[in-house]
Structure formats: structure tokens, C-alpha cells
Design a protein around this ligand. Sequence first.
Ligand code: ADP
Ligand code: ASP
Ligand code: MG
Length: 411
Amino acid sequence: MALIVQKFGGTSVGSVERIEQVAEKVKKFHEAGNDLVIVVSAMSGETNRLIDLAKQISEQPVPRELDVMVSTGEQVTIALLAMALIKRGVPAISYTGNQVRILTDSAHNKARILQIDDQKIRADLKAGRVVVVAGFQGVDEHGNITTLGRGGSDTTGVALAAALKADECQIYTDVDGVYTTDPRVVPQARRLDKITFEEMLEMASLGSKVLQIRSVEFAGKYNVPLRVLHSFQEGPGTLITLDEEESMEQPIISGIAFNRDEAKLTIRGVPDTPGVAFKILGPISAANIEVDMIVQNVAHDNTTDFTFTVHRNDYHNALQVLESTAREIGAREVVGDTKIAKVSIVGVGMRSHAGVASRMFEALAKESINIQMISTSEIKVSVVIEEKYLELAVRALHTAFELDAPARQGE
Ligand code: ADP
Ligand code: ASP
Ligand code: MG
């Protein structure tokens, strides 16, 4: 007998029929004698619908009130799933984040889980009940409803698994595991049997939204056995693990991630004096805008160009801030570009192999894709390119690093 936390994503509970299917599945696990805590997302599209509603009132809705509203999506699905279980003779009870008491900080729309009270859940499990918990939401110390950021139900699942010391946290979704890259973009992508926490964390933070970044952080920190599986197809899925197997077959690159959520800003003709980077990025950071990649060109004529990327949502604010900085420091001009994309190759194998970056650049050169910015770390190389070449770049890299699945017969 095991204690398992199972999280079902939006598409998996996207209709009444699907919720009935999930209930059937949960019933089987329950009959097999497992203790089950089920975390569900809102029905697919519901969170977007709610955010759109709020935006009809105000372009920038008050964060606290937005949380009061978007948290309702998950309240609907927990109740429906509990009803579907009870209808099948499976004792079940649903709880909102507040009812469990998933305590978070007060950072509305992107709150962090601080503590989970496991008493109620443990008592229900002891009484043989399946406990259904709303994903994505919590409550702060003042009793305000909070939410955990898009994709946050993954984090609810992992955090509950950590708090309950569950034997496994299973993330059920609409793909049968973590792939070498998004299988919707590259049909030849392959499912990985295993991926390390470290690689998964890079993949998630570089744009692979199959798991929310924080859920991977949590799982790594508390060593929660984490598996990504298909909701309605049998299969082993992908295990996120700690061990970095030493094997000859281990590929240099485990996966390719990409992200269309960034925008690029360049300030040209900046006087090249000490403190310039701070003068440019200080006001950006003071405006609460996070900067991702940064490039400063070598100076000529005592002036230089300075380029950085920010989240696309912050683009207009960043542009305003930068224009005022440009006037202050006497820079020549400010230009921006929102039609960029970031492509990254990720793999722990990079540590022991040289020439990975140049192989990447070669593959992009062969497709005549111009690289605008580059950044590297121990286990990843990222490049910024023109957005329209994104899919071509991902496919070319997937092939160049020998990640393509062998073609099936008849294909
Ligand atoms: P859920 O609603 O179940 O949380 P998400 O849409 O958040 O599902 O995440 C699953 C999606 O993640 C898949 O449909 C797939 O398109 C996308 N995805 C992106 N990168 C990857 C990857 N490397 N492996 C698998 N899926 C990926
Ligand atoms: N419903 C939330 C969202 O769409 C949380 C989740 O699905 O994980 O982002
Ligand atoms: Mg998700």
C-alpha cells in the first residue's frame, strides 16, 4: 500500500466526461489499496476565461481580487471530481487551499507555499477517504486567497507530496511524459524514461511548460519522487530523478527548450564609462522588471551598445524606463524588438563534452538562422533568434544532436 499524490491538469478535467474518466482511474487506484490525494486544475481554458473577464474591467486588475476570482476554477473541478467518486461508491471529500490550509506568502498571483497543514488530510486518509485538493491556490497569514502562478497546480501536487512524505507524486497530463522537446512542435521528439531534477529545472525555466518551475524546485529540495504520465493512456511516463547515470549511451543533450515570451531592448551609443551597466539596469530593476540575457558590445569611439531581454509583458514598461535613461546618460537611441525567441539546449552531458555550443551554432548556420544573443551555463546554451525561425531552429537542433526518434514503419 502506498500514499500517492496524483495531479490532473486542465485538459484531463476539461469536460464532465473526462472528470468521470479520471474518477474511474482514481477508483482503481483506491481499490488497489492506495491512500490517495488528488490535486486538480481548473477545466482547460477556464483560468484564461476568468483572467479575460477581469481584464474587461481593468487592464491591470487588482492582484488580490484577481486571486479571489481565478481560484474559483479549481473549486469547481474538486467538487465535480469528488461527486463523481462518491457516485462510484468511493468515499471522497474536496478541499480548497484555504480549507486544507496551504499557507503561502502574500505575493498575489505568484505566491509561494510556506507550509501545509496535513492533519485534516491524514485524518481523512485514515478514514479511507480519497482527498481531492484544489491546485494553484492557497491562503496567506491574513486569510487572503492567493494563487501560485500559471501552471501552479503542479506545485500544489509536489508540495502536498513533500508534506505528506508520499511515496510518489504523479503528474497526469495530455502527453505521456517529458519529451526531448515539445512534441507539438517536433513530431520526432522522443519521450525520456528519466531526466534529472537539474535538467528538468533548466528545461522548465527555459520554457518547457510541462512542469511549473517551482514544482521541480520543490521536488528536488525535498527529494519527492516525481513522474509525468498521460492521464488516459497506460505507460511508464518520465521519472524525474536525482541520479546522473554514468552511461556510454547518455546523450550530450537531453532536451531542447524554447520560449516566445521575451522581448529585446537595445540602447545604442552609450558613453563607455565605469558604471554604465548599472546606470542602465539599475532603473529597470527598480521598476521591478526582471532581466534575462545581457550583451554589452566592445566599445569603439568610446561608445558602446547594450542589449538585454525582458519578459514580453514588461516590454512597454522597460522601453519607457530605458528611454528616460538614454536621455539622462546621453545615449544615441533606444530600439526594441518583440519578435524574438529563445532556444536552449540542455544536458548534464555538456559538462564532459567540449564543442557542444559550436555544434549548435553550426546547425543554426546551416539553416541560415542568425544568432542575436548567446548565453551559456554549465548545462545549457541559449540563443536568441528571430521568432519566425523558432520552429525551424528547434527541429534542426533536434536532428543535429541526434534526438530524433527512429521513423516508424510506414512513415
Ligand atoms: P496540464 O494542463 O496537464 O498542466 P500543460 O499544458 O501545462 O498541461 O503541459 C503539457 C504540455 O506541455 C504538453 O501538451 C506539451 O505541448 C507541452 N510541453 C512543452 N515542452 C514539453 C516537453 N519537453 N515534453 C512534454 N511536453 C512538453
Ligand atoms: N489553472 C491554473 C492555470 O491554468 C493552474 C494550473 O492549471 O496548473 O494556470
Ligand atoms: Mg500545466
